[in-house]
Design a protein around this ligand. Structure first.
Ligand code: BEZ
Length: 404
């Protein structure tokens, strides 16, 4: 497990504590009445994210987005300084419980922020429930996390797998697609996203001609692309992300299918990937809770700040990291930075209304975002909004027993 404590924040913290000591203890031993939290230790945030493998860029952008938000608040949220510990989860579910136990047990973090992969997230949710550790999920869409496994201290600043794909079913039917093939990786997020799309599409009257899948994180797509050419559906609906999405879109175009069988998908197919996909992604239509050209003040501020810090264009993963920090700020503001008043902090987080780069962001009783889902099309290297596929889409939170 690779892990490190972010040194700039630690150095700041040392300077802060020395300054505080100099201020509070005079020659005669007089102490100024400083707030309790200002004298306390920084809040320790554990990042459990993929920093290697096919989802490495996704993890890095979540990390960058979160840190950027904190930096813009001067290194503190709600008056409490923030310190980071990070672990590379490698998108490996088999290591997830150990990694999470290490953050919670050995590192004694105050809360965990992670992760990208739905299978890893499920193991994290279990440890978070068993140890009563607050968890903010900044990407993984596993429906269970805000369904049967929901808890008052578990939040998500991303989406549920159901939420971003179900609206696409009606969109594709309304665009005249009647016979559709699906393709994805065979793991929790893949099957849940395909099921959600099929729920919307078959309810609208469409027919699924075949479901195609390969193991995560394989990228040998050729045999499946040949199968799509043989089936000749009206369109294809796909879920891939990160490095796998880059290769799938390029292979689909190399086979010439982008000219005859329109490609649709969950927005991860073209988010954070367009530079590498180039013209091969043009025309791909996806649904997601973000688009590059959303014209709102929060998005303009976010995109400019992210570019200035990293030299790169912000994407949905960076937005989800940024919003995870914004959500934590709501909890700390409600308690003056006191994380031991946990119930008050998490209840303020549940009722938070965040002015996100994605548009208005609030949370349902299960801690899942309520948010717009946009239909986007790739045009000239950007995911541009075509329409709002679903306004303030709420996940059904099936199986969640937390009351509103
Ligand atoms: C997931 O495993 O939940 C996931 C991974 C990448 C992008 C979107 C979802």
């Amino acid at each position: 497990m690779s892990h490190s404590i972010s040194s700039p924040i630690s150095a700041n913290r040392r300077r802060f504590l020395m300054g505080a000591a100099a201020l509070t203890t005079g020659a005669a031993g007089f102490r100024f009445p400083t707030p309790a939290i200002a004298q306390g230790a920084p809040l320790k945030v554990g990042f459990m994210l993929p920093y290697s493998g096919t989802f490495a860029k996704l993890g890095k952008f979540i990390d960058d987005g979160f840190r950027l938000y904190v930096e813009r608040q001067g290194g503190s949220l709600g008056g409490r300084r923030i310190e980071f510990v990070q672990v590379d989860d490698e998108s490996k579910p088999e290591s997830a419980t150990d990694n999470m136990n290490r953050l919670v047990g050995r590192e004694r973090v105050d809360l965990v922020v992670g992760t990208v992969h739905s299978g890893v997230a499920m193991a994290m949710v279990k440890v978070a429930r068993d140890t009563n550790t607050p968890l903010i999920i900044p990407n993984a869409g596993a429906n269970e996390a805000t369904g049967p496994m929901c808890a008052p201290h578990i939040f998500r600043t991303s989406f549920s797998n159901w939420q971003v794909c179900q609206p696409m079913g009606k969109v594709m039917f309304d665009e005249g697609r009647r016979r559709v093939a699906t393709i994805t990786w065979r793991y929790a997020a893949g099957s849940q996203m395909i099921d959600a799309f099929k729920e919307g599409f078959t309810r609208a009257g469409g027919t699924i001609v075949e479901d195609l899948a390969l193991p995560f994180p394989e990228v040998e797509f050729q045999a499946l692309i040949t199968r799509i050419a043989t089936l000749r559906p009206d369109a294809v609906f796909a879920f891939f992300a990160g490095g796998g999405a880059v290769k799938f879109v390029k292979d689909y175009a190399a086979a010439g299918l982008n000219r005859t069988i329109p490609l649709y998908g969950a927005g991860f197919l073209t988010d954070g990937t367009l530079q590498a996909q180039g013209a091969d992604a043009n025309g791909v239509r996806t649904t997601l809770h973000y688009a590059d050209n959303l014209d709102n003040p929060a998005n303009r501020v976010f995109l400019e700040a992210f570019k200035a810090k990293t030299g790169q264009d912000g994407d949905i993963y960076a937005v989800q990291g940024w919003d995870a920090a914004a959500l934590l700020a709501e909890g700390l503001k409600a308690t003056g930075g006191d994380w031991s008043a946990r119930a008050r902090a998490t209840s303020a987080m549940r009722s938070a209304r965040i002015d996100s780069p994605r548009g208005p962001l609030s949370f349902n009783r299960a801690g899942n975002p309520v948010q717009n889902v946009y239909l986007r099309e790739v045009r000239n290297g950007r995911n541009e909004v075509i329409s709002v596929a679903g306004q303030a889409v709420d996940d059904p939170a099936r199986g969640c027993r937390v009351q509103a």
